[in-house]
Design a protein around this ligand. Sequence first.
Ligand code: MGD
Ligand code: MGD
Ligand code: SF4
Ligand code: MO
Length: 726
Amino acid sequence: MTKKIKTACRACHGGCGAIVTVEDDRVVKVEPDPNAPLSKGRMCPKGLAAADVLYDPHRLKYPLKRAGERGEGRWERISWDEAYNTIIGEIEKIKREHGIESVGLVQGTGRHHFNHMPRFAHTLGTPNWFEPGTAQCYFPRILNFNITYGKPLVVDYFGETNPECILVWGTNPLVTGADGEIQFLVRDAISKGSKFIVVDPRKTELAERAEVWLQVRPGTDAALALGMLNVIINEELYDKEFVEKWVHGFEALRERVQDYPPDCVADITWVPPEEIVRAARLYASSSPAALEVGCAIEHNPNCFDIVRAVSFLPGLCGNFDIPGGYIEGSDILPDIENRLEYIEPEVAKKRLGGGDFPFLSGADMPFPSAHIPAAFEAIRTGKPYPLKALLLFGNNGLMSFADSNKTFETLQKVDFLCCMDLYMTPTAELCDIVLPAASSLELDAVFSVPYFANYAVLAQKKITRLYERKSDEEVFFELCERMGLDYGGERLHDVFDWQLRAVGEKYDEYKGLDFERMCELSYFAIPPEYRQYEKRGGLRTPTGKMEVWSTVLEERGYDPLPKFIEPPETPYSAPETYKDYPLILLTGGRVPFFFHTEGRGVPSLRGKAPYPRVEIHPQTAAAYGIADGDWVYIESPRGRITQKALVTDGIDPRVVNCQHGWWYPEAETPDHGWRESNANILTSADPPYDSVLGTYQLRALLCRIYKNDDISIEARFEKSEIMKGD
Ligand SMILES: Nc1nc2c(c(=O)[nH]1)N[C@H]1C(S)=C(S)[C@@H](COP(=O)(O)OP(=O)(O)OC[C@H]3O[C@@H](n4cnc5c(=O)[nH]c(N)nc54)[C@H](O)[C@@H]3O)O[C@H]1N2
Ligand SMILES: Nc1nc2c(c(=O)[nH]1)N[C@H]1C(S)=C(S)[C@@H](COP(=O)(O)OP(=O)(O)OC[C@H]3O[C@@H](n4cnc5c(=O)[nH]c(N)nc54)[C@H](O)[C@@H]3O)O[C@H]1N2
Ligand code: SF4
Ligand SMILES: [Mo]
């Protein structure tokens, strides 16, 4: 019997509508749903590979416990009962001996269980959860938007009016879409005639199509943004009415930007002054104009001020919450409560990093997490108190945290390590217990996209479930139940129902909505309302205005205005290091086939991009005797990896860009080759950190390159069964 089921893909952050064909209980096809509200009949290669992931024989199937030494690769199948009893036994022992704060929870970027994980941590009573994004991904944007505009903002692709101009800063939305489905909406905007200004050290597809491409020196974006603001303010190109009525601290900003005239900014950023002026004039004269901003500018210690300075541009040019501009969104679905109040107040104050980075880890923040370097320090030194156990749910941290050698050394010191994942990753290999996670077609979820703007709500449906896999949320629920803790309801679906009922309370047509009915609907969208702040009588900031002078930062003793700080490891700030490492290193520019470290073992994906590529300018390649396709060593003061050269004039001769997330499922050793090509061998988790958020350095570092004649990675891959895919 053939069935067609409508569901939503969540193989990334996004929400593309999918139609899944099931024949005799087997998923035979996953295809785009033409009627889905945002993706409208499109999906990316990762989402289309959902059935390959579902049936991949290398997936984890059962709970496992370590049978040999840590990392030796010997495992024994156990029951869920035994796994739960072991985990609970460890948690209770640590709680008794050290306090519940010595149990740490770890997750990865925004997957279906993203908000459930802090809820689970807080229900347990520990303030210490973290993930490799937070201080260096998205949260800097969210915090900044909250303190500047009172609410996270998104580009309005949803109404009748197309943005006339989109400023694309430190993101490559045609590949990443930040929110997945956004990549298709950016393509639609191109077809409808939007102009683009792209700020990127690399010539991306969008940079190639852009009206203006500013090839910025990595990590100097705050100077560039302040330089554009200098032009816009001094030439009086800003929206005077909006500024007068709705902006707090404009005169102070006017004064601050005088430190950033285009000539000086050109010296800092390597962008010619006339291009800075051209970009500023084009942006300010376009209406509506919006902003797509990504994580690349969050991967260095000037992170928070970069995001802040960039984010002023749309508001000051009159684009806040207007059709086709930079909008608040529909806010349909409430997030599940994170239950911060469940942590004892004295314990909440102990969140690791809270003393140094109150906005990231402070007890009085609405969505706090621990500072990763502080948590790692607690593991290594026991100071200020020991972190004894880490439970990881969807995190291949050995690959995704900065400075993998340090991560490896740190993880070895944790008394109890448990990991829930789709695969036996290099990180899972270091654990004591490994739990098998359900993938996208194996679980129920309800979510809204774009994240924080909540334009459309989608239901993700459990179409099948293989072996003994569970969803992360089910595990949180069941662990709580066994420990006598209330996760909030009798079953997980009560939590979904709570969220959906709130939708019904706001919108009459969805009165009484619950998960069952949501599954019938599959998705729905609520058109955005504009200029909501006028109706409310102000923005949701303390002054009710767009705060370019942040009263929130001021209150905590920070500079209320953004400024440029030279990143710590550059030709200018570290001239001695530069002598030995004469190139600027970028890591992490995403490719369409992989989601971070995922997908390297899926034949339909890996076949499209079998090797990690390092982008090198032809002049640089020639200077080092490197040809396109050669294997190259990339070395930083912290270590060395190898990737295959991609020689391109789309990158500055002084910069190289390597991909992140590379491990080799085909390597038969239990380390799965995590040291060979993993960009985070090169990055730094050392101070200085961003003063507001504690961000460490994943980009704008120094490196050197040289040819590697060893082609064993290729030989191994060609022999491996992964090649036998399509
Ligand atoms: N296919 C795929 N999609 C993804 C992901 C994935 O792994 N794969 N990851 C998801 C996640 S968690 C995130 S955070 C988003 C990230 O998505 P994006 O924010 O788009 O991040 P990247 O692709 O890493 O980098 C974007 C661009 O920034 C440029 N860049 C690098 N350094 C600098 C700099 O100093 N200044 C400026 N202005 N630009 C710079 C890079 O050249 C690159 O073209 O993507 C999400 N979507
Ligand atoms: N050098 C460098 N490092 C980076 C970045 C960079 O650009 N450059 N980007 C950073 C950013 S922006 C981010 S957000 C982080 C991302 O870091 P993470 O989100 O930690 O990404 P991964 O390391 O791929 O780990 C995710 C793991 O979750 C598993 N998984 C997938 N779905 C599920 C599920 O439903 N349940 C469970 N239990 N497991 C699942 C996958 O198999 C994978 O092993 O990386 C950061 N690290
Ligand atoms: S963009 Fe994200 S949600 Fe859409 S198909 Fe790809 S992986 Fe799935
Ligand atoms: Mo991220």
